[in-house]
Design a protein around this ligand. Sequence first.
Ligand SMILES: Cc1cc2nc3c(=O)[nH]c(=O)nc-3n(C[C@H](O)[C@H](O)[C@H](O)COP(=O)(O)OP(=O)(O)OC[C@H]3O[C@@H](n4cnc5c(N)ncnc54)[C@H](O)[C@@H]3O)c2cc1C
Length: 366
Amino acid sequence: MKCTIIGGGIQAVSTGILLEYVGHDTTLLSDVFAYLDGANMRSVASNYAAASVYPVDIESEYSDDELIHYAESTFEPFYKTAGVPVRKQTRFHLSEEAYDDVIPTRMAAHDISRYNHYLPSRGGESVRDGYICKEYFVEMPEYMPLLFQTYTRLGGTLKRRRVASDEISALAGTVFNCSGYGSRTLFEDDSMRAIKGHLLMIPSDDVSPFPFSYNYTSADHDSSVYMYSRRDAVLFGGSHLMGAITDGEWTGDSPISPMCIDDETFPARVYNVNADIMSSHITVNKKSLTATHGYRPYREAGLRLQMDTNGVIHNYGHGGAGVSLSWWSALQAVGHIDTINTSVLSSVATAIGKTAQHQQTSINQL
Ligand SMILES: Cc1cc2nc3c(=O)[nH]c(=O)nc-3n(C[C@H](O)[C@H](O)[C@H](O)COP(=O)(O)OP(=O)(O)OC[C@H]3O[C@@H](n4cnc5c(N)ncnc54)[C@H](O)[C@@H]3O)c2cc1C
């Protein structure tokens, strides 16, 4: 069956791979493709995901534990397949104050009270509560180009084009909408919001990143900060500023206690708390890092995985969970036209691993 997929981010390419894999004839239509058109294109949220396989900033009919289960179980085959840049690492979820939160049902999650090894903390402060678990982590700068290569290797076509609302009915075959925040104008979805998230990046060319990441809430702040160690950079983040983009301009919440680096204004805790924790591991100063921001495509009315009355299949509104839920969402979307289940993901992972192998062989032959 002919299918047109609107979008060039993680949802579009994952949905495209799945459709190609089960035998459809597909085209991805997008004005911008994540990473292929440069990593700093703000209209593509997928360029900014760190990315941990853990859903945050998402509204949906499912419980947090259900979403965690969907995310982890669908990423497992990709972690297990050689060549696919998905790793498993230790994740600390820590607080300097005691809290009553229930530990989510994440991989091997357990309370820190039973843990006698290193815990990331600020100098002179101690961690009082939290948990440790295992977490899948996706190396996005390698993963996204690999997905596009796999998609085209399976027979898919990429076309650079902006789609207007009045063109949708004329698109070829079954239409899948994976346009993220673009759905606000394309499908007049006023419930779309853009949650601004900053990234402070310390470049690294270390092929073996730190084997841990963390979320950390200090006693003097209500909100947490995070650190991820990717192959290309150590990333500090933790801002979630609610807003909306109109005519290309974002307006929304301002950070309390702001700091400015590279013309980016973000909550100062993102730098201060992370610098305090990580300075025992790496050199951290304001000159050693670059700052940027992206927008999480959050849908107030809830994640949309649905066929509308015109037959368009929607797959958007993932907020800060788009990478985590990409394979699960693609399965739901493709499930509208095919009988498909999670068992297909092992073969899809093998196809991606083969693309990586093919790439490596071509590099070795140079
Ligand atoms: C700082 C930050 C950190 C994050 N960290 C994580 C994380 O650790 N884990 C995680 O799971 N998620 C994370 N996210 C969230 C994740 O990035 C998003 O949920 C995900 O990328 C959304 O993917 P998408 O494909 O729906 O949207 P996008 O990646 O935004 O793709 C939408 C595509 O549609 C195209 N498009 C839009 N309108 C049109 C149109 N009219 N015509 C043609 N093309 C159009 C755009 O050009 C774009 O290519 C993070 C986000 C940010 C900002």
